[in-house]
Design a protein around this ligand. Sequence first.
Ligand code: UD1
Length: 417
Amino acid sequence: MSEFIINGKKRLSGEAEVQGSKNAALPILAATLLTKGENVILNCPALSDVDAATRILRCLGADVSRQGSALLINCDGISCPVVPDSLMREMRGSIVFLGAMLARCGRARVSYPGGCELGPRPIDLHLKALRALGAEISERHGVLECTASKGLKGAKIALSFPSVGATENIILAAVCADGTTTITNAAREPEVVDLCDFLCEAGAEIYGAGEGTVVIEGVKSLGAASHTIIPDRIVAATLMSAAAVTGSEIVLKDIVASHLGAVIPVFEEAGCEIKSYRGSLRIKAPERLSALSLLRTMPYPGFPTDAQAPLMAVASVCRGTSVFAENIFESRYKHVDGLRRLGADIDIEGKVAVVKGVETLYGAKLQAHDLRGAAGLLIAALCAEGKSRLSGICYLERGYESFETVLSSLGADVMKV
Ligand code: UD1
């Protein structure tokens, strides 16, 4: 089992390139199932979750190879619409393969993704929408059997919550369905827009991506596309947190500042100076940060739940008290235990966390329990006095590509052992 050894209190400087977005890459990999010919997916991060998605594609009969940061994917040989249980369990994001498999093969068998480290994660919205598009779905012993014997047909779907995964699954099922599909209260995340951009490059007709209402005109078939994945806004927010807690000035390259619309003001409130220009962002942190008033996680364009843990590490060393309200997932405070071990003063009451900033954190032995929580603990360890050991970094590696190398290149003392 690998772990990170972090010697904190090192000032960061220099430039870092931000990797491609994991959450954009996964549904785009699923989308290749609908295409004919060879797709080139550029800026595709090398992560264990992306690796799991490529194994699902191969298991379904696709030809996948990596050339540097590009994935070449040809799905002409897709034969068997069954994802084994072991692969489904590797990551919850695999549920987006369901809509694409149904559309491509007319049937699909997947195991129910079940709960995960963030608490119960139901897929009722996905299943209700796929049924509205004409799928027959039965569940036995945790296995979902889905068929679309009469083909998928366009429908009007009103989501009761703008679920990212459900919006992506509906789009994937609808692009080659018969007729028009309209999704209201659709998720507006940049990753949904990136999926639609890929599909449109391959010949789909999708209107309103990034808005609350998305209209999909079903087309007969899709060709292949060459597409560059958008930069990862959560990795950018994590690197901004690293600069903030260490009182540093760094430049992030390859970012889309508008994707950080709810994140940048939080750092500014903490006293950081931020300038963004032509795909770069410079952040300069003060010696001591100011508290954040109220940070509420919300669907996009609100503050992203995935950046909550890194920002809680920031709040731990701010002057004054910060309040967090986690509105998206039930169990998303598992990093708090580790932050407390470092000396943070945090109280939790339901979905609210009250963080009283302390002057200094002190190195400790830490255990990560989920992907973004791991990032939060790593950020806190960067500003802790002395040495910390972080285990459970397999979680971090699901979403952050060679993060110890990125941080070390900026001057942090982080070693993987
Ligand atoms: C995606 C992201 C994840 C991010 C989340 C919210 C991927 C691979 N993952 O996850 O990193 O934290 O968006 O921005 O892109 N819900 C239901 N029923 C459903 C579906 C969702 O009740 O059928 C609930 C969930 O339990 C959760 C909320 O809706 O409380 C948000 O979930 P959703 O937007 O679907 O997140 P994911 O797509 O799973």
